[in-house]
Structure formats: C-alpha cells, structure tokens
Design a protein. Structure first.
Length: 309
C-alpha cells in the first residue's frame, strides 16, 4: 500500500457506487446502499448468494479502492483457532527453553515471559485484522463462512462484538480501529441468527443482461461485441434451466475470455460443445447442454438478438 493512512471512506451512496466502479465492479443500487451504510455505521456486511455472483470481489475491490490491506480468512470444515486466530511457534519456544537451561537460567516466571512473547506469537488472519494501527485498519474478508461449524461461528460472534482476542498466556489484544468486515456465504447451510444480527445483510443475485454485458465489456475488452451479446444472452437463458450449478458471472467472464482467445466472433453449436467446460463445472450439466437443449437455447438467443436489432 502506498500511503501511511487509508483513503477516506465514501460519503454517499453515489460515491460508494463510483468507488466500486473505479475498480470495474458494477454494483446494484441496493448493494451500494448497504455497503455505504456498513461503512458509515461500522458494522460487518453479510453477503449471501450463489457462488460466482461477485461477493468475494466486493471485499477485494473495496480494499484496493480504499488503499487498505486485504486480510482473507478462507473458511473450511474443521477450521480452528490455531489456523484462524493465532498459535505459538513451538519449535522456537523449545529452542529458547533449551538455551535458557544451558545458560543456567532457572527463574520460571522470567522463562515463561520469554517464551510467551511477541516474537513467538504467530498471528493468523483474525489476529492480523485487529492488530493494524489506527488509520490502516484492513478490509477483513471472512469468506464462505457456511463451510465452518457452529463452534467457530460462536467464537467469531465474540470477536465481532468487541474486536478483541484474549490469549491466556499473553493477554488481550484489542483493535485500535475496527477492520471493515465483509462476510460471505454460499448458503450451503444457515448461519446462526445471532451472528447475522450483528451485521447488515444483502443478498447478491445474478445481474440482468444489460449489467452483465457491461461487466463482460470491461473485463474482456477484446471480446467481439456480437459475441459478447450472444454469450451474455446464452448464459442468462442457461440460468433458467434446471441445472445442478448455474454459471456465475465469473464463469461468464471465463467463457467470453476463452472464446476471444479462440478468435471466435459468434457462437455456434460446435464451439459451445467444445468450450462448455469453462462455463459449466458438472458433467451432467455439460451433457445436457451439449445435446438438443443447448442448440435450442442458441436458436432462441440468435432469434431474440436479431429481433432486437
């Protein structure tokens, strides 16, 4: 990061939307509103929605736009305190104990204060997020919280309430300035109401065709205009099909990029069949679309675009 202090927070909903747009993130008015309020009220923002709709990207572009560090806690089943918060550097502690014993040091209290000191403390994402100096508070992304268990959720509830962590051997570490917290979930399970109540909530849905076309134009500037229109229209229709996993915006961008790399200027059945792996991630979905249903969707897309001029 370049400066000693972060850039000022946006002072209006329009400023918030412009801030995100400066990083090529096109936010809906409702998302810009809730993000502005979360920043103004210093509350965590809880973003829920299907995978690939841009929840994680909110934290990334916000950190970049505000010139703040991004600290990411990637959640998974079995995530514990030592991986998420802190742990002690045991090999270094053992070495210090042996060196103390070899030098003849016998004072237990002095030895404990030496081994349980800052130099042996390994700060994991939660502790890193609350340890930043005032004026440089990071954007703290807690990604895919629904992958963890309820025990970790309960611990996180305490952290988000007071922005402090107590380490029995060391003491309590409090945030000089609370981080900007973005929590995401793909809703594979329900997160407890107690945690949601401490946050502002927003459901991030799929963009409409106009917005998605603008996203593709920004993210894949080399994409042929007609191809971009066909790609977006095709993906929009795919999301109406009963698939195991609908393609997200990230997949739309990947597909448009792949087709551009192949120098395609329009969709055809063979190209779609050959590149579906960049758009769909389950074989059952791919097999279904490679058949007659995919051809039917392409026909509908071309007819609608032709009618629209």
């Amino acid at each position: 990061m370049t400066g000693m202090t972060a850039r000022p927070l946006p002072q209006s909903i329009d400023e918030t939307a412009s801030l995100l747009e400066s990083q090529d993130y096109l936010a809906s008015r409702s998302l810009a509103t809730v993000l502005f309020l979360a920043l103004k009220m210093k509350r965590p923002l809880f973003l829920e929605g299907d995978a690939g709709v841009g929840k994680t990207e909110v934290a990334k572009v916000l950190a970049k736009a505000l010139d703040r560090p991004l600290i990411r806690l990637q959640c998974y089943e079995g995530l514990d305190i030592s991986s998420a918060v802190y742990e002690w550097n045991y090999p270094a502690q053992m070495l210090e104990i042996r060196l103390s014993e070899a030098s003849g040091a016998t004072d237990r209290g002095e030895m404990e204060s030496g081994i349980f000191s800052e130099k042996h403390l390994i700060r994991r994402p939660v502790l890193q997020a609350i340890s930043a100096p005032a004026g440089r508070a990071p954007v703290f992304l807690i990604d895919e919280l629904d992958r963890t268990d309820e025990a970790f959720e309960a611990f996180l509830l305490e952290v988000l309430s007071d922005f402090q962590v107590t380490i029995p051997e060391y003491g309590t570490i409090r945030a000089e300035e609370p981080p900007i917290v973005i929590i995401t979930t793909n809703r594979t399970r329900e997160v407890h109401d107690a945690l949601k109540r401490r946050c502002l909530y927003h459901w991030v849905g799929y963009p409409d065709s106009k917005q998605e076309l603008e996203i593709v134009s920004r993210k894949v500037p080399g994409c042929n205009e007609m191809l971009a229109r066909q790609v977006v229209a095709y993906v929009q229709k795919l999301r109406e099909v009963d698939l195991f996993k609908n393609p997200g915006v990230a997949e739309t961008i990947d597909w448009a990029t792949a087709l551009t790399e192949l120098d395609r200027v329009a969709l055809d059945p063979e190209t779609i069949a050959d590149t579906l792996g960049t758009l769909l991630k389950y074989q059952d979905d791919i097999s279904r679309i490679q058949g007659g249903e995919g051809t039917k969707i392409l026909s509908e897309v071309k007819a609608e675009l032709l009618a629209a001029g």
